[in-house]
Design a protein around this ligand. Structure first.
Ligand code: HEC
Length: 126
């Protein structure tokens, strides 16, 4: 196997592992409000599925998880003014759960790393 192919296979395995961890983390930490399939709840909890807010604000999504969120936001044309509490998780689990979310339910895909989370924490002192 070429190095590039080996590296691609490794990163596919790594993504699959992050997705499996992320799914359990979502069930334990997010599904009670956002639903197990990210549909949200009426006008109270915004959807994570196909969320345009999430697509446009990945760093802000990390910040919402580590620091909470309580401002007026618009998700897929609907206004929300709720209060999400900070979710107490280390950098790697935050990265895994958000990796799961962005690769599920019609979201834009890609990878969120523990370094991405650490960078957001450093900027927002949380
Ligand atoms: C106690 C309920 C609750 C839990 C648990 C919770 N959230 Fe939220 N979340 C909210 C509320 C309420 C908002 C909207 C806040 C606002 O209006 O400013 C929100 C907003 C968001 C947003 C931005 C809007 C959107 O829908 O794209 C994201 C992303 C998000 N949450 C992800 C998560 C993830 C990932 C977890 C688990 C790690 C999680 N939330 C856990 C209640 C919750």
């Amino acid at each position: 196997m070429s190095t590039a192919v080996a590296r691609a296979a490794e990163s596919t395995d790594e993504l699959a592992a992050a997705m499996a961890r992320g799914q359990s983390l979502l069930a334990a930490n997010c599904a009670i409000c956002h639903g197990a399939t990210g549909d949200g709840v009426t006008t109270i909890y915004p959807p994570l599925a196909k969320s345009d807010w999430l697509a446009a604000n990945r760093s802000a999504a990390i910040r919402a998880i580590v620091a909470g969120l309580g401002e007026e936001i618009t998700v897929n044309g609907r206004g929300f003014r709720g209060q999400m509490p900070p979710i107490i998780l280390d950098d790697a689990p935050v990265a895994d759960v958000l990796t799961y979310v962005v690769n599920s339910w019609g979201n834009t895909g890609g990878r969120v790393t523990a370094d991405n989370v650490a960078a957001v924490r450093a900027l927002s002192s949380v």
